[in-house]
Design a protein. Structure first.
Ligand code: ZN
Ligand code: ZN
Length: 743
């Protein structure tokens, strides 16, 4: 639980009692004003509150780097006896990349302080200062000097942490940050122009990643470019136009957003008037514009503490011996498809994602490659291969975000292997050591042959269970005895059955909406014999191959995360991918749901195309890839079938049709066709009629063994279990962050 802190400027509080009424999260002060600002007394009252001390650098540091560095280090060291009892974080330079902070003559000189040459020289000076201080006083907690807002200190053009022009100012400092600053960077997070008011720069997450929240992007730069799991002290922040009416609301919002991130060590607001009214000293005077400073202070003082969310990163030992540091969820994107083919069913992929996440979190707690790394990139730990990243495995990671399995509230040992051979092994048999209650031998649906250690989840078994219609929770609980999914308690009970009038019957409507979000859709399935009879007299004979739709899955609006693709896989008789041609079409008469569902039967086969999928996999964009909001006409393709007939040269495929949604619904689909042999006289499919009252995990498409009939099925997603009105603002923000790549 954390609270925002106070930046005690070089002046006196307007109301000293107000200041001392506040339990701060941190206090920042200039070295020279510790006494006048009573920081020492303040620290005595709140001994757990970190103190951050700024030493001002000499503006002529560039004249002679070696001499200046030595003198400046000695100056810091000379003050140490006065402050060592409060054990402050110390930074010894501030915003050196501003022209007036490093000896420039005018604003026209600013460009000189945004060049690689400048940063290289500053890094040299910084290293020398830090090195001399640390050599004499290794206990001093030095942190990285902050650069000024708005210059080339990170230079990232986007939110991926890629430096602009191939370089960033921090490039030159990264080694010293690792060796001398304990990977802590001080940061300034202003939003709004001085004198101007641009609310979007705080409230719009994408915009604010350039302004108020740009420290998140810079942390990505550190992880990506330097392999540093950095932490930040947000040492100055605020809307420079403190006169805006919701200034205090903005500050509370910003503090909540920042302090819930475990990578933020402290956040301090300027609060006090500057009685010196130093000309040009904007950061000290802008708070004076605050309409009700005492009210502002009181509200911040009364702000409830912020709960910290774990923001885990993991250190991955790569084959070349380097260590990659990246957020856990990003790491998992390259693990799940490296450990399990991304074309496997979503429920198997989700089970893999949860097992891999749990395994990784145990490794973070107990590094398997101590001391430099938590985990390696090979099967010794978990395979990690970014080249294997696919949309569907990404979706499995996203949908299960943060979920782990636990046993008695502890992380479970989520071992898994390729194939257990029909019966998993207890850990004592597979690895030796005392038996663990959650790693008991269990029977497996897949008969083998055995491949791997056989303890915990069997990947081929997970594959088969998913094919049989089991969801990922069932799979995990089968292989890990008596475990809990970490989010289980959060899942609200299923919605009441229809009859209460609450649920829309997906058979009557094209899609099921809850709280304005699509959680289920209708898809019509036409069997092969009926489908081909629409064009010719060709009939399947017993034993003829045809393409059966073996799985169809909806990713609802949360799961799809803006991806509106229809992902299609075509498998041979063994389940391997095979080259295929896929036909998709949409009605020429563009009708809106649900009336367009019958369009196909009315003879409107629409405009269509046949696409080659040499790899056996492909993706169709719905509509033009991104629907026009509020356009009832703008629907996606509504017909998908495999065109290539493995035997007779004609179409021999089941057909999925009548899906795709209007109104900019960002749902995605995964369809899997597989070669089967036609059998005569097999029973008609039994469509789920009525639709099961309880929204249960994905309803797989019922087996269609042949016969001339048209089935109609509802495809529901597991996420229907999550009631969207339970989504907190915080969760919503997390999702938004994922969407814009800020997580
Ligand atoms: Zn390893
Ligand atoms: Zn098995």
């Amino acid at each position: 639980m954390r609270r925002p802190g106070i930046w005690v400027a070089n002046g006196r509080p307007t109301d000293a009692n107000l200041m001392y009424s506040w339990t701060p999260g941190s206090v920042t002060c200039f070295m020279d004003y510790l006494g006048p600002n009573k920081v020492r007394e303040y620290h005595a009252q709140h001994p757990d509150c970190p103190v951050i001390i700024r030493f001002q650098h000499p503006t002529n540091w560039m004249d002679d780097v070696a001499v200046s560095a030595r003198n400046h280090a000695d100056y810091v060291l000379s003050k140490w006896p006065e402050i060592m009892d409060i054990d402050p974080y110390i930074y010894f330079a501030n915003e050196t990349n501003l022209w007036y902070e490093s000896g420039g003559n005018s604003a026209g000189d600013q460009w000189m302080f945004e060049t690689p040459e400048f940063y290289s020289k500053f890094a040299d000076w910084t290293h020398q200062v830090a090195d001399r201080i640390k050599a004499q006083q290794p206990d001093i907690r030095l942190v990285t000097p902050p650069f000024a807002f708005g210059h080339h200190e990170d230079g990232a053009p986007d939110d991926n942490g890629d430096p602009k022009d191939g370089w960033a100012g921090y490039d030159y400092l990264a080694d010293t940050i690792r060796s001398h600053f304990d990977n802590i960077i001080t940061f300034h997070g202003y939003w709004g122009d001085a004198g101007g008011y641009i609310p979007s720069r705080l409230y719009d997450l994408e915009e604010s990643s350039w302004y108020a929240f740009r420290w998140r992007r810079v942390l990505k730069l550190f992880e990506k470019q330097y392999g540093i799991r950095a932490r930040v002290i947000i040492d100055e922040c605020g809307n420079m136009d403190a006169a805006v009416p919701d200034f205090t609301d903005q500050c509370i919002y910003y503090a909540e957003e920042c302090l819930q991130d475990s990578r933020v060590l402290a956040l301090t607001y300027f609060l006090w008037e500057d009685p010196t009214e130093s000309p040009g000293n904007i950061v000290n005077s802008w708070v004076q514009r605050c309409a009700d400073l005492d009210g502002h202070v009181s509200r911040l003082a009364e702000m409830p503490p912020v709960e910290v969310e774990p923001g885990l990163t993991i250190r991955v030992l790569m084959p070349d011996g380097t260590v990659l540091v990246l957020p856990l969820e990003d790491y998992l994107r390259a693990v799940v498809p490296a450990e399990m083919p991304a074309r496997w069913l979503m429920e198997a992929l989700k089970a893999q994602a949860v097992a891999a996440r749990t395994y990784a979190m145990v490794a973070i707690d107990h590094p398997r490659h101590d001391p430099e790394a938590d985990i390696c990139s090979t099967s010794h730990c978990q395979n990690y291969n970014p080249a294997r990243i696919r949309d569907m495995s990404d979706a499995a990671v996203r949908v299960t975000s943060g979920q782990v399995i636990t046993y008695q509230d502890q992380l479970a040992n989520a071992y898994y292997s390729a194939n257990c051979g029909g019966q998993t092994l207890g850990n004592e048999t597979g690895f030796g050591g005392p038996p663990l209650p959650h790693l008991r031998p269990v029977a497996c649906i897949n008969p083998g042959p055995k491949n791997g250690h056989g303890v915990g989840m069997c990947q081929w078994g997970a594959h088969d269970m998913a094919e049989a219609g089991d969801d990922y929770i069932t799979i995990l609980k089968h292989y890990y005895t008596n475990v809990q999914l970490s989010t289980e308690g959060d899942i609200p009970p299923p919605e009441p059955p229809p009859g209460g009038g609450e649920m829309i019957d997906p058979r009557l409507d094209a899609y099921t909406e809850q709280d304005g979000k699509v959680v289920g859709v209708k898809m019509e399935i036409m069997d092969t014999q009926t489908f081909i009879s629409k064009w010719n007299e060709f009939k399947l004979k017993p034993g003829d191959p045809y393409f059966k739709l073996v799985n169809a899955q909806l990713l609802d609006e949360n799961e799809a995360q803006g991806n509106t693709g229809i992902h299609i896989s075509v498998q041979d008789e063994n389940g391997g991918l095979m080259p295929a041609q896929v036909w998709h079409a949409y009605p020429t008469t563009r009708m809106s749901a649900p009336s367009w569902v019958g369009a196909f039967d009315n003879g409107d086969q629409g405009a269509g195309d046949v696409f080659s999928y040499p790899s056996g996999q492909g993706e169709i964009a719905q509509g033009s890839g991104n629907f026009a909001p509020d356009s009832p006409d703008d629907i996606g393709p509504y017909l998908v079938a495999v065109y290539t007939d493995p035997g007779s040269g004609s179409i021999a495929s089941e057909c999925a049709y009548g899906f795709g949604l209007p109104h900019n619904h960002h749902v995605a689909y995964a369809l899997t066709f597989r070669i089967e042999r036609w059998q005569e006289g097999t029973p008609e499919p039994t469509p789920p009629d009525p639709i099961p009252p309880d929204p249960v995990p994905p309803v797989p498409i019922a087996p269609v063994q042949g016969g001339a009939c048209t089935g109609s099925y509802a495809i529901l997603s597991a996420s229907i279990l999550f009631s969207l009105d339970k989504l907190t603002v915080k969760q919503y923000m997390e999702i938004m962050r994922l969407v814009i790549g800020e997580a």
